[in-house]
Design a protein. Structure first.
Length: 379
């Protein structure tokens, strides 16, 4: 491989803690991907957190792994990555009041159970919901599967009430394998979904397939595949390589675990997207960075079964760092979800949300940034 160089509750949830960085701080990138005509400017608006253990209708809220904005209702759709262990797999409709002055309010409007193909709820540990997006009158969502249990990842369309509509085709080489010669790494599969304005769907792995290369280490990048789907047929039409950065920090104080992966994508136009990388180092915490990427000029690798064994010259998607949450004084939790919504006065807003892992030491965190300038995003 040669590389040449993304049931109604209506209960307001109380915020906890204070902003770790001062609202009003502006982050500017003058020439992302060496293009000075598309300068980026974001201003941190504020933070809101839901304490772990908060319940809605007797079910603990948490595990927010994907979020999307519904312009029709002004609400947000957020999926929980609970593997039907605390309650059947589900998504939430959220009312989030946010603006340049911060996030004032987050409430759960309704909770919707996701249904399997036969109309039943998902049994415990048979699904791992990770991302959800509005898809016309329906929704599109992904499951990461379970590499250890030999459960393949999937992408499905569901109705607004959670009923199964249809499924997309899993590309060759993505199903898990017993010997780890091919397929997804456990807990590193279909983490994100992006709907391009032209209509195609992009789905990205969190890390490289086994046959393509390693997961990220402190010194090694990981070649994750982004799959392009035809919306109407649900068939894959192309694949691109996104190089996940090496892990930015080592564990400290006797810790052993650290990782880095692609956690979400948000399209700006038909080739450019925001992509978040989420890293964790034991006893140190999370590093959350957002990049601008461009698919234009990237090699279609769908015909290459194994990047590790290929001698072809491959051009990954171009990428440029635009935001490191820690570098501006924030203390991010496990940020996995990203969308572009609107403030109450109609201005564009970048909203990030975290998966608390239902861990008492974490929180469900929302971070808001007003958008002064972002390619493809109008005010």
């Amino acid at each position: 491989m040669k590389f040449l160089l993304s049931a109604t509750a209506l209960i307001a949830l109380l915020a906890t803690g204070a902003d770790a960085a001062d609202p009003g701080r502006t982050i500017a990138v003058d020439c992302p991907i060496n293009n000075c005509e598309d300068a980026i400017s974001l201003t941190f608006a504020g933070e809101f957190a839901i304490e772990t253990g908060t319940t809605i209708d007797g079910v603990e809220i948490g595990g927010i792994s994907g979020i999307d904005y519904d312009a029709g209702t002004g609400h947000y759709i957020a999926i929980s990555d609970d593997r039907s262990q605390k309650a059947p797999a589900r998504f939430y409709e959220l009312d989030i009041k946010a603006g340049s002055g911060g996030i004032d309010h987050v409430s759960v409007v309704r909770t919707v159970t996701l249904k399997d193909k036969d109309g039943s709820v998902f049994a415990e540990k048979t699904v791992d919901p990770e991302q959800i997006r509005l898809f016309g009158d329906n929704l599109i969502w992904s499951s990461e599967g379970d590499g250890k249990a030999m459960i393949a990842p999937f992408v499905r369309i569901t109705s607004a009430n959670g009923d199964f509509v249809r499924a997309f085709t899993l590309p060759e080489g993505f199903a898990p394998s017993e010997d780890h010669a091919t397929g997804i790494r456990n807990n590193n599969a279909f983490e994100s979904i992006a709907l391009l304005p032209e209509g195609d769907v992009l789905v990205a792995n969190e890390a490289a397939l086994y046959q393509d290369g390693p997961a990220s280490t402190l010194t090694t990048a990981s070649p994750a595949r982004i799959v392009r789907y035809d919306t109407e047929s649900g068939e894959p039409t192309a694949q691109y390589i996104y190089m996940i950065d090496p892990i930015p920090h080592a564990p400290v104080d006797g810790g052993e675990w650290n990782d880095n992966g692609l956690s979400d994508m948000m399209p700006l136009d038909d080739t450019r997207l925001l992509v978040s990388e989420r890293s964790f180092a034991q006893n140190r915490g999370f590093t959350i960075r957002i990049f601008l990427i461009d698919l234009d000029g990237a090699t279609d690798v769908s015909a290459i079964a194994s990047l590790r064994d290929s001698e072809e010259a491959i051009v990954p998607v171009a990428k440029s760092l635009i935001l490191d949450l820690g570098a501006i004084g924030l203390q991010p939790d496990n940020i996995e979800a990203m969308t572009i919504g609107r403030t109450e006065d109609g201005a564009p807003l970048l909203l990030l949300a975290s998966d608390n892992n239902f861990n008492a030491e974490q929180k469900t965190q929302f971070l808001a940034f007003t958008i002064e300038n972002l390619p493809g995003v109008g005010r």
